[in-house]
Design a protein around this ligand. Sequence first.
Ligand code: GDP
Length: 395
Amino acid sequence: MKLALIGFGQAGGKIVDQFVEYDERQGTDIVRAAVAVNTAKADLMGLEHIPENNRVLIGQSRVKGHGVGADNELGAEIAEEDIDEVQGAIDSIPVHEVDAFLVVAGLGGGTGSGGSPVLAKHLKRIYTEPVYGLGILPGSDEGGIYTLNAARSFQTFVREVDNLLVFDNDAWRKTGESVSSGYEEINEEIVRRFGILFGAGEIEEGGEVAESVVDSSEIINTLSGGGVSTVGYASEEVEAPSNNGGGGILSRLKGDDDDDELDSAHTTNRITSLVRKAALGRLTLPCEIDGAERALLVMAGPPQHLNRKGIERGRKWLEEQTGSMEVRGGDYPVRGSGFVASVILLSGVTNVPRIKELQQVAIEAQDNIDEIREESEDNLNDLIQDDDDELESLF
Ligand code: GDP
């Protein structure tokens, strides 16, 4: 499906930037427009793939391009004051050509954390297209203020969007590694998962697998109803497709029907095991899959390695595991790919330990708010100092 991507803050901008690169490299044609919004000039200058005209610096009169540190209340105020500047960039998007907006932000910082819910609310007031959020939760080693920001931003963001897709940095941190040193890999993981999910709805029906290709309305229906979503992924390498399409003429001449059946059983088994691995492996937001309200299974790969029976079995298994009556499934044929991959979108998940923890933090924070504010101010001063150094080295 076609998306208008808006990255708010540093993490949001970097992820959208990488999404644009993925889209161009893979030829998936998902990104109809990409915009980055930030209060920090240096962050906008560091982007590589988002067109310069689509980079919006807000809050210049308040923070002079230095960012807001981890002050997400200031981030939210600035977003409200300067929403017209953001709208100015969105005005250049042919909105009638997009299926949805996706607002991407790290929820632990200041600009994206405070600004993304403000933008989502604004977009929903103006446009009829669905507005989805992709919220990144901070690592637990980042400190109290980040957790508190995420707890508060999460509560607002989930209310303002049509669905909040979540990625938890904490669950993806490698042991012995701080989150920041692993961002590159983490961002690739994010872009791969969401790229396959949204790319699936962009394939035109036709050719060999016409019956069961996922279309954008299935993605939209799975996300409708709101709440929080998580995405699972698993892949397996397969032989590069041969030119005569597998068995082809030779096996038919030899009357090799048994081989075909064996192949098809193998294909089905591979699909069902990839579905299990994706659902039971590491999700973007770890949770119990039991109780998910809706799910969508996308099987991506070369058409000859996809079959309806496998997808149907995978879909049924997901129905049993989630207890949901609304599990959709289909394929995403990618000719010439050397992998078969399963992507599972679980929407309306309820049993999420990390979210419960954040809610608890938000409640407890009321008691020691002064301490946290102090930490935030120190943080802001450090950041302004860092930013000054960074800007000086740039000019
Ligand atoms: P902002 O610019 O004020 O919105 O704040 P940042 O986006 O820099 O940081 C917000 C949070 O996003 C941090 O606490 C990190 O958890 C996370 N973060 C920052 N950069 C990245 C990134 O490149 N990838 C990912 N996955 N998370 C990031």
